[in-house]
Design a protein around this ligand. Structure first.
Ligand code: ZN
Length: 82
């Protein structure tokens, strides 16, 4: 059985997790990890907020490329803030 769940694992499936396309088992593993790992909790929270913003952008029918740019910019901003 696949052993959960180091931080790198979490990063790997972060996109799937926040897009809510992850299978149940994996998702449970991640949720479990997040409970015990403040670092990943912060990452997930930020990522979910990011999705939220992108979704808001969608309401104004932002083109895909622009959305990608927004995501890149937000990620970069965060990295610089660390
Ligand atoms: Zn972690």
């Amino acid at each position: 059985m696949h052993k959960p769940c180091c931080c790198a694992d979490l990063i790997d499936c972060l996109d799937a997790f926040t897009d809510e396309v992850l299978d149940e088992v994996r998702r449970a593993e991640i949720e479990q990890h997040v409970l015990n790992c403040p670092h990943c909790r912060a990452i997930i929270r930020r990522e979910l907020r990011l999705r939220q913003r992108v979704r808001e952008c969608n309401q104004y029918s932002a083109p895909v490329q622009l959305r990608a740019k927004v995501i890149m910019r937000l990620r970069t901003t965060h990295l610089q803030a660390r």
